[in-house]
Write a protein that binds this ligand. Structure first.
Ligand SMILES: [Zn+2]
Length: 470
C-alpha cells in the first residue's frame, strides 16, 4: 500500500515538472517571438495603374495585449507608375523591431479603346474611304499610330496593343449603298429673255457623291417659244448609277424688250381712284390730249366706272395693292402678291384689260417694310421671275410730302423734266388732292410747249427702279 502511494507521488512530481517545464518553454517562446502582426486581405495584390491603393486592415497582438495602435505603416506606392511596391507594417517592442509587409504590383491591365467614326458607307462602285477613328488608353498615349488596319471588302479590322500587351480589336462593317440624289445646279434658274430673241440654255452643272460623269446623262425637256410672251418651264432630270433620281426646273420668261422714248413724260397718279378728283383729272388729260397711268387701290366697286373710263380713254390702270396698308402688304410674299393680283382682277373685271404692272406702296426703296427684314429684296426677285413689271418714280411732285399749292407742285415737276431721261412723275389722285388737280393743266401745257408727249406706262416702257433698302 505504501508502495502504491510512493509511486503515485513520483508520478505527480514528474507531471508537475513537465508542466513547469512546458510553461517555461511556452513563455520563453512567446517572449522571444514578440508581437504578431496580422494583415487582412492578401499579402500580394495587383492594382490597375492609376487606381487608388486602399489599405485593407491590420492588427498586432502580443499574447493577449492589442498593440494595433502602435503599428507604423508606410509605403512608397506611386499608382501612376508601373512597378512593384511594398507596404511595411512595423512595431517596436522591447527595443526590437517587428515587421510585416504586403507586396503591391501596379500594372496596366486595361485594354485600349478604339472608337470608329460611325459613317461606314461606301459607294457601291467604289472602295471604302476611311472616315476616321480614335484610340484612347488608360496608360499609353499616341496609340493611334500603332493601329493595324486589315482591309477586307466587307469589313475593316482595327487592332492595337498597348505597351503592357493589352490588345483591343474593333470591326467596321462596310455598307455599300448610295441613297443620295445627284444635285443639278442651274445657272440663272429664273431667266428672262426678250421677245423675238434666240434662247440658248444658260448652262448647268451636276454633282453626285458616287457617279462622276452625270452631266452628259441629263435629260432636258421643254421648249421656249421666243415669239410669244409668257412663262416657259424647262425640266432637267438625271439618275445616278444607283437609281437615285433628281429633277430641277428653270423658268424662262419671254418679256417685252423695253423701248425708250425720248421727250416722253409718264404722269402717274397713285392711291385713287376718287369720285371727286379722278374724273376731273381724266377730263383735263382728254382735253389736253395727254395720257397717264393710275396705280390704284381698292376703293369699292362703285368706282369701277372710273377704272373703265380711264382704260377706254387710253390710260394705263395698274396695281398699287388692295389695302395700301404697309403692315398687311409687306407681311409676307404671299400677302403681297395677293394684294397686287387682287387689284389686277378688279381692273380686269371693270375694264376687260389685264396687265402685270404695279407700283410698290412707298416705292421699292421704302424702309417702312423693315419690320419684315429683306422682304423688298425677295419681292423684287419674285416680281422679276414671274413676269411682273414695277415702276418707281424719277420725279416726285411732292404732293403727298408737304407741297400743297399748285405752284410748288408745278415747280417740282417741271424743274426735272429731261429730253433724254425717263420722266416718271409721282402724283396722287386721292380725294383731297385739289392742288394736284389744279397744277395738272399747266404742267401738261409746259411739257407740250417744250416738245414733250405724255404717254401711259405700258409693258414696253423701261422700268425705273429705286435702290432697295430692305
Ligand atoms: Zn401710294
Amino acid at each position: 500500500m505504501l508502495d502504491v502511494i510512493k509511486k503515485l507521488k513520483n508520478i505527480f512530481i514528474i507531471l508537475f515538472l513537465i508542466i513547469i517545464l512546458s510553461t517555461y518553454i511556452l513563455l520563453s517562446f512567446l517572449y522571444l517571438r514578440g508581437p504578431i502582426i496580422t494583415l487582412k486581405g492578401k499579402l500580394e495584390k495587383t492594382i490597375n495603374v492609376n487606381d487608388y491603393y486602399k489599405e485593407e486592415g491590420y492588427k498586432a497582438k502580443y499574447i493577449y495585449y492589442d498593440l494595433t495602435n502602435e503599428i507604423i505603416v508606410n509605403n512608397n506606392i506611386n499608382s501612376n507608375k508601373l512597378g512593384d511596391y511594398n507596404v511595411y507594417y512595423k512595431i517596436k517592442y522591447n527595443n526590437k523591431e517587428y515587421t510585416q509587409k504586403r507586396l503591391i504590383h501596379i500594372k496596366d491591365i486595361e485594354k485600349p479603346i478604339i472608337t470608329l467614326n460611325e459613317n461606314s458607307s461606301a459607294c457601291p462602285n467604289k472602295e471604302f474611304v476611311e472616315t476616321g477613328y480614335e484610340v484612347s488608353d488608360n496608360y499609353d498615349s499616341d496609340l493611334k499610330d500603332k493601329v493595324i488596319v486589315e482591309k477586307n471588302k466587307n469589313e475593316w479590322i482595327y487592332t492595337v496593343s498597348d505597351s503592357s500587351g493589352n490588345k483591343a480589336k474593333k470591326i467596321r462593317k462596310i455598307i455599300y449603298e448610295d441613297n443620295i440624289k445627284p444635285k443639278i445646279t442651274l445657272n440663272s434658274p429664273n431667266y428672262n429673255i426678250y421677245i423675238n430673241s434666240t434662247y440658248t440654255d444658260p448652262g448647268y452643272s451636276v454633282s453626285d457623291n458616287c457617279s462622276d460623269d452625270l452631266k452628259n446623262k441629263v435629260k432636258i425637256t421643254g421648249t421656249v417659244d421666243t415669239k410669244k410672251l409668257g412663262k416657259y418651264i424647262i425640266t432637267y432630270e438625271v439618275t445616278d448609277e444607283s437609281g437615285n433620281k433628281t429633277k430641277e426646273t428653270r423658268t424662262v420668261n419671254v418679256v417685252n424688250r423695253p423701248i425708250f422714248v425720248s421727250k416722253a413724260i409718264y404722269l402717274t397718279f397713285d392711291d385713287g381712284p376718287s369720285a371727286n378728283i379722278t374724273p376731273k383729272i381724266l377730263d383735263i388729260l382728254k382735253e389736253e390730249g395727254a395720257h397717264a397711268t393710275f396705280f390704284i387701290n381698292d376703293h369699292g366697286r362703285n368706282l369701277d366706272y372710273i377704272i373703265k373710263r380711264a382704260v377706254d380713254e387710253g390710260h394705263t390702270v395698274a396695281s398699287h395693292t388692295l389695302s395700301h396698308n404697309f403692315y398687311s402688304v409687306y407681311a409676307s410674299e404671299n400677302a403681297f402678291f395677293k394684294e397686287i393680283d387682287g387689284v389686277h382682277n378688279i381692273i380686269y373685271n371693270a375694264s376687260g384689260k389685264r396687265n402685270k404692272i404695279f407700283r410698290f406702296p412707298g416705292g421699292s426703296s421704302n424702309t417702312i417694310s423693315r419690320f419684315n427684314p429683306k422682304i423688298m429684296t425677295r419681292l423684287v426677285k419674285m416680281a422679276d421671275s414671274n413676269g411682273y413689271l414695277f415702276y418707281d418714280w424719277t420725279i416726285d411732285s411732292n404732293d403727298a410730302g408737304g407741297s400743297n399749292t399748285k405752284e410748288s407742285i408745278y415747280n417740282n415737276v417741271t424743274k426735272y423734266m429731261g429730253y433724254q431721261s425717263l420722266n416718271i412723275v409721282l402724283m396722287h389722285d386721292s380725294a383731297n388732292k385739289y392742288a394736284t388737280l389744279n397744277a395738272l393743266r399747266d404742267i401738261i401745257r409746259y411739257g407740250k410747249q417744250n416738245g414733250f408727249t405724255f404717254l401711259p406706262i405700258t409693258e414696253t416702257t423701261p422700268q425705273s427702279r429705286h435702290h432697295i433698302n430692305n
